[in-house]
Design a binder for this molecule. Structure first.
Ligand code: SF4
Length: 267
């Protein structure tokens, strides 16, 4: 049986994108092919209720005070931890407090400030160009639509979903990062691995008003209990609902730990 992860029980959800140039989710809103199975919908609702009760404070883990700061932080979080981004952004926002300032930044100075987040040259280019477009095309304000956001450099559907849901309370889709994808599969909410298809399945199962918080809840549970390598199924609040109860990975089995990999089930 998998043991509980020693990781802290943070109740703050991540918005960490999975790739430097955002994600492969298409710009067009995902649409389900067919209505979701009613029984699966009921199970999904119970999953949401249990997670919401367990993590009543789940929210975006990227520190921000306005849509501009959230957009910048989300772009920086590609291939980087939220914790690292939160260490970088205070100085970054002091140096460039708004899109105008960021648009006029010196590339070398900007790169130096964000270097520790990785892929810093590409990120710096995207940040500066996105800021320039916001100033030029949107009067210096972060746009509020999926189409306008995904027209900005470095912003694909997942990043736009983060900004729309958390900064504007506009729920256009579900953020699908590595945690959301893993939990959605383990919980039987999708059979897909492609983020666009996972998002489509989740959108069909949960009411629109829950889409943003749903991602935070799944991410928090993925960090605290249903980890990739060592899921704590025994103590999981969802274990009575989960078809993958007892899931193990090569890294979590005693045989694997002893260097003798036995038969395992990937999550
Ligand atoms: S029962 Fe196990 S696999 Fe299922 S959600 Fe809980 S920790 Fe994850």
């Amino acid at each position: 049986m998998a043991k509980r992860s020693p990781a802290s029980r943070s109740k703050r959800a991540s918005t960490q994108p999975a790739a430097a140039k955002a994600d492969p989710v298409p710009k067009t809103p995902a649409r389900p092919d067919a209505p979701a199975d009613p029984a699966l919908k009921r199970r999904a609702a119970t999953i949401y209720q249990r997670l919401h009760k367990l993590y009543p404070d789940a929210r975006c883990a990227l520190d921000h005070q306005n849509p501009y700061q959230l957009l910048v932080a989300t772009i920086l979080s590609a291939q980087c931890t939220d914790k690292r981004v939160n260490m970088v952004t205070p100085a970054l926002f002091r140096a460039y407090p708004d899109p105008q300032a960021l648009a006029g930044s010196e590339p070398a100075a900007l790169e130096k400030l964000i270097q520790s987040t990785g892929f810093y040259r590409n990120k710096a280019r995207n940040l500066k160009e996105a800021a320039r477009k916001i100033v030029q095309d949107h009067h210096g304000r972060v746009p509020r639509t999926m189409e306008e956001l995904t027209a900005l450099p470095g912003v694909a559907r997942k990043t736009a979903n983060v900004v729309l849901g958390n900064a504007f309370d506009t729920h256009v889709g579900v953020v699908v990062d590595t945690h959301v994808a893993r939990l959605a599969r383990r919980l039987g909410l999708t059979t897909h691995t492609d983020p666009a298809k996972i998002e489509r399945d989740l959108m069909a199962l949960f009411p629109r008003k829950r889409w943003t918080l749903l991602a935070h809840l799944l991410i928090t549970h993925g960090r605290n209990t249903c980890t990739a390598r060592n899921p704590d199924c025994e103590h999981c609040i969802l274990n009575s609902l989960c078809p993958k109860f007892g899931v193990t990975t090569k890294q979590s089995t005693p045989a694997a730990k002893a260097g003798n990999a036995g038969k395992t089930t990937a999550g």
